[in-house]
Design a protein around this ligand. Structure first.
Ligand code: UT7
Length: 332
């Protein structure tokens, strides 16, 4: 059986920096509140019309391809994780494939929010392990800024989310000790409406001849405290699952890359599993929560900063809407 090695990582974030002080001018919030409750200082928001899910995914993919030293034509399968699609259908994978000139190459989308990249990585890994494909591109790309309520009414959500994209290229290897060692995925739809957005959907009023102006339905909503409480339990559980499956312990992990949801969640998780913060990647202060893009952006920056080296044991872990959660253990 083959293993899937990550041979290249990349990311792209829009140019426009939106600071907490900028948000103070839009809604009833403060830099102090946002920093204290989330650790976020700024995020990137696209300028209207400047980028799409697939154009940002394309930029991230180009960086990953360059770093991997491969040609785009070697990619045999495209997976795009995103909940903020450019269009109702088809998914971003098809548009990305078209932009990359990969006509006929299979593409699929994953709508699992913050866990989307870990789900995508797991799917890619299975296709490589079963020797269906040798080279797979996995993208997480989100434009959250367009769809959030930027008034005081939506402040619990809108101060958190940012835009960006990250990419990883997985390649088959015969080395059993390299690459994705294990992945663990979960979902529990009982909590689907604790973090969700109703429209556009089959319930969308224009489809029913009714006016389209209802903030209850057309913006994302979150029961923040509830999500927080579940996150700090599920993150450690799924990380421990990955460690137990491979026989490694927390001490063996060189770097934990959690989904960047809230610095307080990251710190609580690190404390619970007993890993020092020096071995935890955090860039939430710069980008906020970029949903499916947060792990691949953090992984790409960690690689750039020399935090991921040859043979590093890296743990990815995510939790978010659905609820969905998951973890992966990777030997670079
Ligand atoms: O990525 C996917 C998963 N998402 C998460 O993991 C997010 C999990 N949840 C969280 O990160 C936190 O719950 C939040 C950051 C969303 C909120 O922090 P919190 O400490 O749980 O605050 P809270 O919701 O309990 O609200 C405390 C107070 C409330 O005011 P009162 O009722 O105490 O007067 C809120 O109205 O803070 C108020 N508040 C704000 N104040 C200033 C809520 N949002 C804001 C804001 N600025 N942006």
């Amino acid at each position: 059986m083959k293993n899937s090695q990550i041979i290249g990582v990349g990311h792209y974030v829009p140019e426009q920096v939106v600071t907490n002080f900028d948000l103070e001018k839009m809604m009833d919030t403060s830099n102090e509140w946002i920093v204290e409750r989330t650790g976020i200082r700024e995020r990137r928001w696209v300028r209207l019309g400047e980028a799409t899910i697939y154009s940002m995914g394309y930029e991230a993919a180009q960086m990953a391809i360059r770093r991997a030293g491969i040609q785009a034509e070697e990619i045999e399968f495209i997976i795009v994780a995103s909940i903020t699609g450019d269009h109702a259908f088809p998914g971003g994978g098809c548009f990305l494939g078209e932009k990359m000139g990969l006509y006929g190459v299979p593409a699929m989308d994953i709508r699992n929010a913050c866990s989307g990249f870990v789900y995508g990585l797991s799917v890619a890994d299975k296709f490589i392990k079963t020797e269906t494909y040798k080279t797979v591109l996995v993208i997480g790309s989100e434009i959250q800024s367009i769809g959030i309520d930027k008034t005081s009414r939506g402040r619990d959500i809108s101060v958190i989310f940012g835009d960006g994209a990250g990419a990883a290229i997985l390649r088959a290897t015969d080395n059993p000790d390299k690459g994705v060692l294990t992945t663990h995925l979960h979902a529990d739809g009982r909590y689907a409406k604790k973090l969700w957005c109703d429209w556009p959907s089959i319930h969308w009023p224009p489809a029913l001849g009714k006016p389209y102006d209802d903030p209850e339905h057309n913006f994302p909503h979150m029961d923040g405290r509830y999500v927080f409480k579940h996150a700090v339990v599920k993150f450690p559980q799924v990380i421990n699952e990955a460690l137990q499956a491979t026989g490694y312990t927390t001490e063996d992990v060189d770097l934990l890359i959690p989904h960047q949801a809230n610095l307080r969640i990251t710190e609580a998780v690190a404390q619970q599993i007993g890993i020092p913060m020096e071995k935890v990647m955090s860039n939430i202060h710069l980008y906020g929560n970029t949903t499916a893009a947060s792990i691949p952006i953090a992984m790409s920056e960690a690689w750039e900063q020399g935090k991921i080296k040859e043979n590093s044991l890296v743990c990815l872990a995510a939790f978010g809407a659905g609820f969905t959660w998951g973890a992966a253990l990777i030997r670079f």
